[in-house]
Design a protein around this ligand. Structure first.
Ligand code: SF4
Length: 472
């Protein structure tokens, strides 16, 4: 064992597609650096098949790979690759997918870290450093394979006070500067803003039938306003950013927290210097919230509206939801100059063509309400750990022994055909559903004639880059 333990933390994605810091890995890194007695050397990578040897050159003692469900197949392939090259490194899997379905553990992984990874990784690092790797099988929060079966240990208690975790260690990310660049696709890129991600809470008090992160994180917890203001000040000064994407599943969990945060940002003279993108619930938004978010500098709020049909929205979501509530929230925010991103899901099991048309109507209503508003729509996807997963397993739509996890992508490619997904709807044929959504997406992409003309220079620039393969 070298004097300084080397740890490679990997996010299995294509660097060409990734414009985000792997925040979860950055938290693991900062936690280990603060609390580990062995002072590990840590590097974080966004990895695909073209750059995976970077990790080999680092000569790690531990390789930790995180993944979502859609990237689980990539994580399995990476584990096989690294096992064949750096045979003696400990291979550990973590992240959302394996936390909610540890029994799917495969590949060449020695262990899986289940749930929140900081404390479990700290214990693993300490055991490896003291030559007691065999004892990892006894600790809480891990799973491993033994005699062809997956053994799942007792879950580890969650970290109640998130302020105990230091700010995520973004400096360990190899491509840090290229991630912060301003020419990203998407909304911040369109505004030419230099942005950074920020997390201020874990989990969500709701349990919508399709939502995997709320299952993974368990109890909803929030950082204090003092912690958040200090982190904003730090990244503003360190990285020279002018926009922040708050990654929380639900930022609007507490009014008093945001009110205090605004006071602190004002004290630090940061109010008005940074624009924010957040996610909220329409049922929470009242005039006070709209005023506060405007004052904070929020310029876009993402709402999981899911459906324009009230019965389908009620099927998909927990808590209060209705078209009336959704429209009121959109109007309140738009009246303060705040845009809305409406996120929708098509293809829930009971959805009919009438329901789908209601969704399309709602999308058009949002788009027409303000030029600041945008919308996106995806296919109902049965992610492990969710109610939709149970629905799919009960109906034998999924055989976990022989399954292509890439079919469960909510973040990557939109399905081309029924073969690319697990289709759940009981009333509309899959090919018709895909055709209708593609038509809608095309119209959304083009926008109104005014939006189309405004976006022309950016589109031409993008096309030129693609043709000449220019990368900054
Ligand atoms: S409100 Fe959003 S984050 Fe919370 S459970 Fe529903 S979909 Fe998930």
């Amino acid at each position: 064992m070298p004097e300084r333990l080397k740890i490679a933390l990997i996010n299995p994605e294509s660097p060409a597609d990734v414009y985000y810091f792997p925040t979860g890995l950055c938290y693991i890194s900062s936690y280990l650096k603060k609390y580990s007695e062995v002072n590990p050397d840590i590097a974080i990578y966004n990895i695909d098949s073209s750059n995976r040897d970077k990790v080999v050159e680092f000569e790690p003692d531990i390789i930790g790979i995180t993944c979502f469900t859609h990237s689980y197949s990539d994580a399995l392939e990476l584990s096989e690759y690294y096992r064949s090259i750096v045979n003696d490194a400990l291979l550990i899997l973590g992240g959302c997918h394996i936390s909610v379905i540890p029994e799917s553990l495969g590949g060449e992984f020695d262990y899986a870290v289940i749930g929140e990874g900081e404390q479990t990784m700290l214990e693993i690092v300490s055991l490896v450093a003291s030559g007691k790797s065999d004892e990892i099988a006894k600790i809480d929060g891990v799973a491993y394979r033994s005699n062809g079966k997956v053994v799942i240990n007792k879950p580890r208690a969650i970290i109640e006070d998130l302020d105990e975790i230091p700010f995520p260690e973004r400096d360990s990310v190899e491509e840090a500067e290229s991630i912060i660049r301003t020419d990203h696709p998407g909304w911040f890129g369109a505004l030419g803003l230099r942005y950074m991600q920020l997390t201020t809470s874990r989990g969500c008090p709701y349990r919508c039938i399709f939502c995997q992160p709320s299952v993974m994180w368990g109890k909803y917890r929030m950082n204090s306003p003092e912690y958040i203001a200090a982190e904003i000040e730090y990244i503003y000064n360190k990285f020279g950013i002018n926009a922040i994407l708050i990654e929380d599943d639900l930022f609007t969990g507490s009014k008093s927290r945001v009110a205090r945060l605004i006071e602190l940002l004002e004290d630090k003279k940061l109010l008005g210097r940074i624009r924010y993108y957040i996610a909220g619930r329409t049922s929470q938004i009242d005039s006070d919230w709209a005023d506060m978010l405007g004052r904070m500098g929020v310029c876009k709020v993402e709402f999981g509206i899911e459906s324009g049909s009230d019965p389908i929205a009620a099927y998909l979501k927990t808590g209060k939801t209705s078209t009336e509530i959704n429209k009121r929230a959109v109007t309140l925010l738009n009246s303060r100059g705040i845009g809305v991103f409406g996120s929708f899901i098509a293809g829930a099991p009971p959805e009919t063509m009438n329901d789908l048309n209601e969704t399309f109507k709602m999308i058009h209503w949002i788009r027409k309400s303000s030029p600041l508003n945008t919308c996106g729509i995806g296919i109902a996807t049965p992610l492990p750990g969710t109610g939709l997963w149970e629905y799919a397993v009960k109906r034998n739509l999924i055989d976990t022994n022989n399954f292509d996890w890439r079919k469960l992508s909510t973040l990557k490619k939109f399905p081309e055909s029924e073969a690319d997904m697990v289709y759940l709807n009981e009333h509309i044929p899959a090919d018709r559903m895909l055709k209708e959504i593609k038509k809608l997406q095309f119209r959304l992409k083009l926008g109104s004639p005014r939006e189309f003309i405004k976006a022309l220079p950016r589109r031409l620039k993008k096309l030129t880059r693609r043709i000449f393969k220019i990368h900054k």
